[in-house]
Structures are given as C-alpha cells and as structure tokens.
Design a protein around this ligand. Structure first.
Ligand code: NAP
Length: 246
C-alpha cells in the first residue's frame, strides 16, 4: 500500500516540469490525481499517461488557475467522480528573468497573478470540500527565492514570499478543520522555470550549493508526496527549503 492509497489529489500546473513529477509521485503512492494546465496539451497527455501507468485514476483539465469559474467546475467534476479532494498542490507558476528597471507593469501582474492569485483561486475552490471532510493537505510550491536574499527577479521573489505568508495565515485560519497548509521551497532545479536562467546565475548557484549540483524535479516530488501524506501529520504553516544546502 502506498502512502496515499485512497486519497485524491489536485495538482495545479501539472503538464510538465515539477508539476508533472509531483502528479506521478502522488500517483505512485496510490493517489488518484487530477491536474490542470493552461496551454501545452501534448505535455498534459504525457502526464496523464504517467499517472495512469501507476494504476490509479487521472484527470487532465485545460483550465487556467486564473479562471475562477473553470477551477470551480473542475473541482466539482473531480468531487463528483472521486467523492472528495484530499490534497491540493499549488504548483502552477511562471518566472521571467528581467531586471526591475526593464520590468513592465504587465510582467509584474502576470507573475504575481499566476503564482499567487492562482493559489488563492485553487484553494478557494477546494476548501469547502475539505472543511466538510474535516481533513485536507494543502502544499504550496514556493521557492528559495522567496525566503532568502539571492539574485532572482523581483516579481518572482515577491510572489514566492507572498506564498509563504499565504501559507502561514491560512494554516492558522483552517487548522481547526484538520487541514494543514505548508510550503515547499526548492532551490534551482535542472528543468522548468530555471531553464531560462543565464549560465552565470546557474554557476553562482552551483558555487554556493553544498551538494554542488542542481536539484531534480523527481527528488522534490518524492519529498512533496511524503509532505502531503499522513506520515506528515503535525507540520503546519511551515516553509521547508530543499536546496542542496545553500
Ligand atoms: N524549476 C525550478 O528551478 C523551480 C525552483 C523553485 C520553485 N519552482 C516552482 O515550481 C513550480 C513549477 O515550476 P516548473 O519549474 O516545473 O515550471 P514549468 O516547467 O514552466 O511548468 C509550469 C507548469 O505550470 C503550468 N501553468 C503555467 N501557467 C498556468 C496557468 N495560468 N494555469 C494553469 N497552469 C499553468 C504550465 O502549463 P502550461 O504552460 O500548459 O499552462 C506547466 O505545467 C512553480 O511554482 C515554480 O515557481 C521551480
């Protein structure tokens, strides 16, 4: 029996990168997994195949995390099919390497909205069901850039720091319903949003990282699966850094 047998999870931004790895890690632990994405249909189909190859049910929805009505409908559908959603991983996020001096207002809004407002919308959508069940696990994917002073785009760092605050306040507010809220803050990984980092920034990370390498989506995802399981029952409001030692 896997750590998550009998559970149902929703992962936002599951079509590729860390989101896909989390979908598959949760499925491998026995959870039925639903995910959404906004653009990449081919990649989403591959994630769905990865989930189903674990022998569990999967759902894929082309719905942006910023589409409040669409997210509510998605949650309703999964709750109808599976009975409930036990786990939400707020993973959908975007980054953009640009100095503040060249940052447009639209850049700021896009990064803040996808990373922060998206988590707000997805969380609102699942919360009623979790409160009804008096159980739930919410895991927000933050970043080292949100907890530590480092070379990172200002809007991205601000968004990830906001998720840390979101985690803490929400954990305090809904702990009484048996719902935990935590934040996982990875350092630089070898794929995903870090793909557009200039080589000099990667090299700097490698110089400061005690393990001397970038992280992988799979190792972060395996840890995320443990964090949302019953094995992790008393951690609440925490932001856990996974960065190889920076
Ligand atoms: N990779 C790293 O080094 C690293 C480090 C620390 C934290 N993180 C965090 O990890 C999370 C995943 O990042 P990643 O590196 O895996 O990036 P990625 O490979 O670019 O994947 C981002 C995922 O989010 C989805 N997405 C983007 N906008 C969306 C929207 N509006 N609605 C729904 N889905 C949306 C994308 O799908 P579509 O494009 O199809 O919409 C994709 O599935 C992010 O929160 C990121 O900040 C990453």
């Amino acid at each position: 029996m896997g750590l998550l047998a009998g559970r149902t999870a929703l992962v936002t931004g599951g079509s590729r990168g860390l989101g896909r790895a989390i979908c598959v890690a949760l499925a491998r632990e026995g959870a039925a997994v639903a995910f959404n994405y906004s653009k990449d249909e081919e990649a989403a189909a591959e994630t769905l195949r990865g989930i189903e190859a674990c022998g569990v049910r999967g759902w894929s929805f082309k719905v942006s995390v910023l589409d409040r009505v669409g997210m509510q409908a998605l949650v309703k559908q999964v709750e109808k099919d599976a009975g409930k959603i036990d786990i939400l991983v707020n993973n959908a996020g975007i980054g953009q390497v640009v100095p503040l001096a060249l940052m447009e207002e639209e850049d700021w809004d896009r990064v803040m909205d996808t990373n922060v407002k998206g988590a707000f919308i997805a969380t609102k959508a699942v919360l009623r069901g979790m409160v009804r069940e008096k159980r739930g696990r919410i895991l927000n994917i933050g970043s080292l850039a949100g907890v530590k002073m480092m070379q990172a785009p200002v809007h991205y760092s601000a968004a990830k720091a906001a998720l840390k605050g979101f985690t803490e306040a929400l954990a305090k507010e809904i702990g009484r319903y048996g719902i935990t809220v935590n934040c996982l803050a990875p350092g630089v990984l070898d794929e995903g949003v870090s793909g557009n980092l200039p080589a000099a920034r990667r090299d700097e990370y490698l110089r400061h990282c005690a393990l001397g390498r970038l992280g992988t989506c799979e190792e972060v995802a395996d840890f995320a699966a443990m964090l949302v399981s019953d094995r992790n029952s008393f951690m609440n409001g925490a932001t856990v850094v996974l960065d190889g030692g920076v």
